[in-house]
Design a protein around this ligand. Structure first.
Ligand SMILES: [Ca+2]
Ligand SMILES: [Ca+2]
Ligand SMILES: [Ca+2]
Length: 335
């Protein structure tokens, strides 16, 4: 037995309700309330990403707005959400501050995650190395949350690498499904890093970032060891654990060594670099851009300066006439 609703008041009410819902004008919109709720509107150099998380476990989302390190008059803004009505900037209490060593203050990528499973949000900050200039090295910042809005720096005991990587973004995710959050760090124009969470407060860096070292513009670095005996290769890998070493049983010279390394490389563009050369920031990207801009080009050469900054001829125009008439790269130093 079925109840007919076609003419019943219930049916008419239902139709009316649906029409009201369909016809209701869109009212969702945002209103600028930053100043009203205590968020600063000061213009600060911010190269990081704002992140939301309840750092003091009171049920209200708090906000961290990065500034570029601590070199400015104010470090990151650490806004505690006071009951959903107003925010209080509490950087001092948060203890998010410069590390005593290996901190270039070149802070970029912020991310929240509870890596030790204690219910308190922890904070990772991917750090640059001042553009990798002047031999700068850094150690990313891992702050363990204390659950009351304060943090404790655990970068050293956690085993975060010391490197000249130019960290830009960081993200927590459990890549191996063991229930523990792991950390992926995206670096600028350099190999990315993936840390596996060991579950005891330490992390192990995955070789080749688990296959993500070259993701989205990263690079792989192949170091060919021409049968050295001075421990230089071990020193290099201690400083740069992400470097892949190819051992040659004998000193076969630079050219053959370069070919050996190239045979193992997986990238679309190969860069051959002498061991005594230093790559200036942005140089590799500029070479790659030049190759991409001209589909006829198969090779591009960078300029070379000596230790005093004087130009060194290290390239030449292709073609006999062009080479003879145009000369070497000396006259093209500033192109
Ligand atoms: Ca909170
Ligand atoms: Ca935690
Ligand atoms: Ca995991």
């Amino acid at each position: 037995m079925f109840l007919s609703l076609e003419r019943s008041p219930v049916f008419l009410w239902l139709i009316a309700a649906i029409c009201a819902l369909v016809a209701a004008p869109a009212t969702a919109q945002f209103v600028e309330v930053s100043g009203q709720v205590g968020l600063s509107s000061l213009q600060k150099k911010s190269w990081g990403n704002p992140i939301w998380g309840d750092i003091n476990n009171d049920g209200f989302l708090d906000l961290i707005v990065p500034t570029h390190g601590l070199a400015l008059s104010h470090g990151p803004f650490v806004y505690l959400n006071l009951g959903g009505t107003i925010f209080s900037d509490d950087l001092t209490k948060s203890n998010i501050r410069q590390a005593p060593s290996l901190d270039t203050r070149d802070w970029h990528g912020f991310s929240f995650g509870d890596y030790d499973g204690d219910g308190f949000l922890d904070l990772y900050i991917a750090e640059g190395a001042k553009g990798s200039q002047d031999g700068a090295v850094k150690q990313d910042l891992l702050f363990r949350g204390n659950g009351d809005g304060s943090f404790t720096n655990k970068s050293v005991p956690a085993g975060i690498e010391v490197s000249n990587h130019r960290g830009r973004c960081s993200i927590w995710f459990d890549f191996n499904n063991d229930g523990r959050l792991d950390m992926f760090v995206k670096n600028y124009a350099d190999a990315n890093v993936l840390y596996a969470n060991n579950g005891d407060g330490t992390f192990t860096q995955m070789p080749d970032a688990g296959g993500l070292a070259d993701a989205a513009g990263g690079t792989e670095v192949v170091l060919v060891d021409n049968a050295s005996t001075d421990d230089s290769t071990a020193a290099a890998t201690r400083a740069r654990p992400w470097v892949r070493v190819v051992a040659s049983p004998a000193n076969v010279g630079f050219a053959r060594g370069a070919n050996t390394g190239a045979a193992t490389a997986g990238g679309d563009v190969l860069v051959f670099l002498n061991p005594d050369a230093v790559v200036e920031p942005g140089a590799l990207a500029r070479l790659c851009d030049a190759l991409a801009a001209d589909p006829r080009a198969g090779i591009a050469g960078g300029g070379l300066r000596d230790e005093d900054g004087a130009w060194q001829p290290a390239a030449a125009r292709f073609g006999v006439l062009a080479h003879l008439l145009g000369g070497s790269s000396r006259d093209r130093a500033e192109e």
